[in-house]
Design a protein around this ligand. Structure first.
Ligand SMILES: [Fe+2]
Length: 303
């Protein structure tokens, strides 16, 4: 459907408005008029305008000021403006260009020149509208695709996490822990990490990585893992190997939360005084994620 361009004619003298309307008659344009700058700005606010024919010499607010105000309006900053002036001095033309007008027409108005300039600037406006519409559509598509990719990424991450949690649950189950222990401990670790002021990325790595801390227990024989009595020294050494085993299960991943899980699995039994295992790390040698998980793992007793 062809859209009729709307032209706003602004002039304080009714005879000038009538003359411009007469020249534009039968050109398939819709004409709106205003008799001063204030009225012109109101009409621009309340109508979709495609071009402005603007008289320069008007009382209260001249054409230069109206042009400046139109240019400051985000909606109309590219709207074609033709200044209609009886002033021929270069200085006035420069003022018009500086104010932001697109073209000039000198009084007395010559019809052919008026129609040619109006047609030319309406073509520019049409091109700008198409570009603007295309840009909006493109931004919407990019936003949609970004949202979709975020959703897919989140699902893949959740699926990976759930797989690891189920593996952890299997190992914990043999150790008479319940699955809720893993989730509870992970949430405590997240809360502690956040209270320590760690950034969102590190907090997330601790949340996910902490659920893998005892993954290595999968590799510990039942008669040791579930032995009701105290372990002898040899059995204790095997039991302690769950830290290195867990880290080996998780090594080589590109995912940040699995890398965090590897570190947590290896070092979650290190102690501040260096008496822990497997690497006897001391104090701040122990990654902060492992210090957080060590505390929370001992705080969250199984139910
Ligand atoms: Fe452990």
């Amino acid at each position: 459907m062809e859209i009729t361009p709307v032209i706003l004619v602004v002039d304080d003298k009714p005879q000038n408005v009538e003359l411009l309307e007469a020249h534009l008659l039968n050109q398939k344009y819709k004409i709106i008029t205003a008799s001063n700058g204030k009225e012109a700005l109101e009409k621009l606010s309340n109508n979709i305008i495609d071009l402005v024919l603007l008289d320069v010499m008007m009382p209260d607010m001249d054409g230069f000021e109206v042009t400046r105000r139109i240019r400051r309006d985000e909606q109309n900053c590219l709207l074609p403006i033709i200044l209609v002036t009886a002033l021929h001095e270069i200085e006035n033309r420069v003022m018009g260009i500086e104010a932001g007008c697109d073209d000039f027409l000198s009084k007395p108005i010559e019809k052919t020149e008026l129609l040619a300039r109006v047609k030319s600037l309406l073509n520019v406006k049409n091109y700008n509208d198409i570009t603007k519409k295309y840009k909006i559509e493109l931004e919407l598509k990019v936003a949609e695709r970004t949202s979709e990719l975020r959703r897919i990424h989140k699902n893949v991450k959740l699926a990976s996490l759930e797989t690891i949690q189920k593996l952890s649950k299997a190992s914990e189950h043999r150790d008479d822990y319940t699955s809720s222990h893993i989730k509870r401990m992970s949430r405590y670790s997240e809360a502690v990490a956040r209270s320590l002021g760690l950034n969102d990325s590190d907090v997330e790595s601790i949340l996910y990585g902490s659920s893998m801390h005892d993954l290595g227990k999968i590799g510990i024989p039942d008669h040791i893992l579930m032995k009701p009595a105290k372990l002898d020294p040899d059995e204790w050494e095997i039991m302690k190997s769950h830290a290195i085993l867990g880290a080996k299960f998780l090594e080589g991943s590109e995912a940040e939360f699995v890398k965090a899980g590897e570190s947590i699995a290896r070092h979650h039994h290190e102690k501040w005084d260096g008496s822990g295992y497997p690497d006897q790390l001391k104090g701040k040698e122990i990654p902060i994620s492992c210090r957080v998980v060590f505390r929370c793992a001992h705080f969250c007793t199984p139910v």
